[in-house]
Structures are given as C-alpha cells and as structure tokens.
Design a protein around this ligand. Structure first.
Ligand code: AMP
Length: 210
C-alpha cells in the first residue's frame, strides 16, 4: 500500500478535490500548503504576512519558508501516518527536502489542458472555513454561494482571477513541471488524465493508488 503520495499537476487540475476524496477513503492526512498559507494570511501570523504578497501575484512563496513549515507539520504527525501532499513540493529544491526524510511512494500527476484549467479556476468558489471547493457550473453548491459542508459563505480567491491565473500557470510550467521528470526518474510517477466527472477521475486515481 502506498502511504506517502504527492499530488502533482497544475493549479486547477483537481489536486484538492481528488486529494480530499482520497484522504477520506484511505484515512490519510491531506497536507495542502495552499490551505495552510491561506489560513496563516487570514490569521495575520508572521508566515502569513511574509507569504501574502507572493500569493496575491500567483508567485511562489520562498522555498525556505515552505520547507520549514512542512518539516514541522510532518514531524507533528509522527511515524506511519499516511500522507497526501497537495501543492507541495512545487520546486526541485522542495522535492529534495521532502525526499530527505520521507520516501515518496507515488507521485500522481493530474494532466489537464490549459484552456480547461482557466475555466475551472476562474469559476471556482472556495469555502474560507473548511476549504471545500466548488465550480459554479460543474459542481455548484446546493444553495447558491453557501458551502454544503459547513454553511459558510463561499468566496473567489484573489488568485483565481484571470490575470493571476495566467501567471500561476506560467509559474507552474517553469518551476513545478520539472518535477514530472524528477519523479519519473525515481520510478514513482503515474499520470492520470484529470478530465471527466469528479467521480470518473477518482475511479482512475483510486486504481493507481491501491
Ligand atoms: P494552491 O492553493 O496550492 O493553489 O496555492 C496557492 C498559493 O500558495 C500558490 O500560488 C503559492 O503562492 C503558494 N504556495 C502553495 N504551496 C506552495 C509551495 N509548495 N511553494 C511555494 N508557494 C506555495
């Protein structure tokens, strides 16, 4: 059984959605650096204050901040816990830091075309409280603008606006795409086409993991 899983793929490829379903099915912890950073920004912590500017422009938060955040988080979980990494690593330096302590069993790459990503991201709505995500056409909440899971009011992330989305895709191609080759060389890479309904994609994800 694979217990340390990295989700690769561009922003909007479904890492959060599929990662959440997988963590529920397997009882694994899902660690999303994006969720952690947004919480730090909301709470105005020193990390949040440093990260905010990078995030608003769709750039990457510096490696040293992310690596120490994740090392601390991983250490707090203890040995033997199944972990799904969502949004981390995003650079080769982060991948090396993760590999220095954790044996990644599977790097699951969700492959989605750019035009589809822009549509998904600009029409995405997020719950500020429980981090659930919706799409206003494909996966709308039952009640307009309200989270099904916790009843909070949904919002559009600043970085899901079109100008920033295009920059995030550029940043992904330059900094994160090399990780596909990185994990390919290590023999842990699997690619799943992230297109279709959430459940169809999950069927393929599940088969790859189990
Ligand atoms: P996400 O929710 O994964 O799309 O992340 C939102 C934003 O948080 C990104 O655009 C980055 O600014 C920042 N971020 C998240 N994870 C990382 C990471 N591993 N390295 C650097 N920046 C990150």
């Amino acid at each position: 059984m694979k217990t340390k899983i990295v989700l690769l793929g561009p922003p909007g490829s479904g890492k959060g959605t599929q990662g959440e379903k997988l963590s529920q099915e397997l009882g694994f912890v899902r660690l999303s650096t994006g969720d952690m950073l947004r919480e730090a920004v909301r709470n105005g912590t020193p990390l949040g204050l440093k990260a905010n500017e990078y995030m608003r422009n769709g750039g990457l938060v510096p490696n040293d901040l992310i690596i120490s955040l994740m090392k601390e988080k991983i250490a707090s979980l203890g040995e033997g816990v199944g972990i799904i990494f969502d949004g981390f690593p995003r650079t080769v330096e982060q991948a090396d830091a993760l590999g220095d302590g954790i044996d990644v069993d599977l790097a699951l790459n969700l492959d989605v075309d750019d035009s589809e990503l822009v549509n998904r991201l600009t029409k995405r709505r997020t719950c500020p409280n429980c981090n659930a995500v919706y799409h206003i056409d494909y996966n709308p909440p039952k009640k307009n603008g309200i989270c099904d899971k916790c009843g909070s009011e949904l919002y559009q992330r600043d970085d899901d606006k079109e100008e920033t989305v295009l920059n995030r895709l550029r940043v992904y191609r330059e900094n994160t795409m090399p990780l596909i080759e990185y994990y390919g060389r290590k023999g842990t890479l699997a690619t799943v086409k992230g297109v279709g309904s959430i459940d169809e994609i999950f069927g393929m994800v599940r088969k790859t993991v189990l």
